[in-house]
Design a protein around this ligand. Structure first.
Ligand SMILES: NC(=O)c1ccc[n+]([C@@H]2O[C@H](COP(=O)([O-])OP(=O)(O)OC[C@H]3O[C@@H](n4cnc5c(N)ncnc54)[C@H](O)[C@@H]3O)[C@@H](O)[C@H]2O)c1
Length: 258
């Protein structure tokens, strides 16, 4: 087991990437502090972990709320004594033309995706400093790497997460704290179902834009997170890890035959 005696805090543990990662890190021996704004799905993940012999607690949590973070930290420390791993995974997705995006939508998404990631690092890194080590993974996106129509708001938030990750990696490297970002694209979750709905398509139709010609699955992302939080990645910090089936590699200059 790669994460024996480690405690991992995972935000947005109720669905998609957060859920699969919580299950995988638990299988590798970590105790899990799962948090989500959605109590029902967050609890469901934690029940699955505990039913499989793992050790997990759920705390309802809005990542954009500073006071919520204080309660999460208190509960995590009183239950498990420490936090070794932070996966800032919770996030919102809005596809909308810039001119139709309201200031309320802008502030709400930025509060969850950017402020939530900032608050996670602000509240958990002091514990890691005391421990003389720790690992943070921030969920960015391939939309944080290049432009796309309708993604001004989401892309701006994920671009911010990308650079915050590098800033934090620089600041906390002297404390043996590694901070990296992951940049998924077209992973089959409720987010991709929403994107398909906006485009009036089926989720699988989005695979047409992917060089590997399929959507990714949440286990492929969870495996990347597992690698990055394990000691196997001990020399990696401030780096960005893309999992998007080749989407961000470049442009097709002609239709490719199979
Ligand atoms: N699915 C993809 O293709 C994809 C691509 C790029 C990046 N991402 C990023 O990966 C992360 C996970 O995405 P996913 O596809 O698993 O999404 P998802 O919608 O399946 O799960 C996100 C979870 O976050 C929770 N959440 C939402 N707002 C919250 C808040 N304020 N506080 C706490 N929890 C909250 C939701 O309840 C949900 O359980 C997100 O940050 C997303 O932007 C996903």
């Amino acid at each position: 087991m790669k994460l024996k005696n480690k405690v991992a805090l995972i935000t947005g543990n109720g669905n998609g990437i957060g859920k699969t990662t919580a299950l995988l890190l638990s299988k590798e021996g970590a105790s899990i502090v799962g948090t989500d704004i959605n109590e029902k799905s967050g609890k469901q993940t934690v029940n699955e972990i505990n039913n499989q012999g793992g050790d997990a607690i759920f705390i309802q949590h809005d990542v954009s709320n500073d006071d919520n973070w204080k309660s999460v930290i208190n509960k995590a420390l009183s239950t498990f004594g420490t936090i070794d791993i932070l996966f800032n995974n919770a996030g919102l997705f809005i596809i909308k033309p810039l001119l139709e995006t309201t200031i309320e939508e802008w502030n709400h998404l930025m509060n969850v995706n950017v402020t939530g990631t900032f608050l996670g690092m602000k509240h958990v890194i002091p514990i890691m400093i005391e421990n003389k080590g720790g690992v943070v993974i921030n969920a960015s996106s391939n939309a944080g790497l290049f432009g796309a129509t309708g993604l001004t708001l989401y892309g701006a938030s994920k671009g911010a997460v990308r650079i915050m990750t590098k800033d934090a990696a620089m600041e906390f490297a002297p404390y043996n704290i590694r901070v990296n970002s992951i940049h998924p694209g077209y992973i089959k979750t409720q987010m991709i179902e929403y994107a398909a709905k906006v485009a009036n398509k089926e989720p699988e139709d989005q695979a047409n834009f992917v060089p590997l010609k399929r959507l990714g699955n949440t286990l492929e992302v969870a495996n990347m997170v597992l690698y990055l939080v394990s000691d196997e990645a001990s020399y990696i910090t401030g780096s960005e890890f893309v999992l998007d089936g080749g989407v961000s590699a470049g442009q097709s200059v002609w239709e490719q035959e199979e």
